[in-house]
Design a protein around this ligand. Structure first.
Ligand SMILES: [Mg+2]
Length: 235
């Protein structure tokens, strides 16, 4: 990749910098124990059913086909229903979701190399920003728990503009917030459809963080399997 007049780097947060999968597994286990779900199923089964429901709902959410309030409640409600939980599932799901999100925002694990990458790029004078479909309040907590909040200048969230990646409006919104033009920006993210295609269509350069290497590079300007491979791309 040849950076153009790049001075601003947008990072996706979950599973690009902040190790969502690991942190979420810890918080789901804490939630499972807090609500004593072991009387219904083992943790592994709970985890798998929740993950399937959550992924399906996020897919709808990222295409603007459902809203946040429905997503955060429904992922737990469906899971409890499938596992045969009786009673007022809507009230319980709301409570479980609040517990889970609060616990999640306190988990500290980062993707390998994330801190070193951010520190190096920060020292080299780049403006480092977040572009995330995650929720306001929670995403800032994750940056703080990961100890990287002081390296980030702008946190741009779909929650703040009402438009999710990969819809075009969120990239224009991010440019307005940061006062930048497409030629100045590189987007780094782990989701080909959500992070790379949308940013590419907005005229941004893109780096696809693809740790398992299973998805083709497609329209991405560069592809890496480790974050440390990004450091030499920026002088
Ligand atoms: Mg991600």
């Amino acid at each position: 990749m040849t950076p153009r007049n790049v001075d601003t780097i947008f990072f996706d947060l979950d599973n690009t910098l902040w190790w969502f999968d690991r942190n979420s597994a810890v918080s789901l286990r804490n939630t499972f124990e807090r609500y004593d779900l072991g009387r219904l199923v083992g943790f592994e089964e709970f985890y798998q059913v929740y993950e399937r429901n959550n992924s399906a709902l996020w897919e709808l959410y990222s295409h603007g086909l459902t809203d946040k309030d429905h997503l955060i409640l429904e992922r737990f409600r469906r899971t409890l229903q499938m596992l045969g939980h009786k009673g007022d599932l809507t009230a319980l799901s709301g409570e479980m979701n609040r517990f889970y999100l609060n616990d999640l925002a306190q988990q500290p694990y980062l993707i390998d190399g994330a801190r070193e990458l951010l520190e190096t790029l920060y020292d080299r004078g780049y403006c480092l920003c977040i572009l995330s479909n995650g929720f306001a309040g929670i995403q800032q907590g994750k940056l703080a728990s990961g100890g990287i909040d002081h390296l980030i200048t702008h946190v741009v969230l779909s929650d703040d503009c009402g438009i999710t990646k990969p819809l075009p409006g969120i990239y224009e919104y991010a440019q307005r917030v940061t006062g930048t033009e497409p030629e100045q920006i590189v987007m780094v993210g782990d989701s080909y459809n959500t992070d790379i295609v949308g940013a590419h269509n907005a005229g941004w350069a893109t780096i696809f963080y693809n740790p398992d290497g299973r998805t083709p590079q497609g329209v991405a300007d560069a592809m890496v399997t480790r974050l440390s491979q990004i450091t030499p791309m920026f002088s």
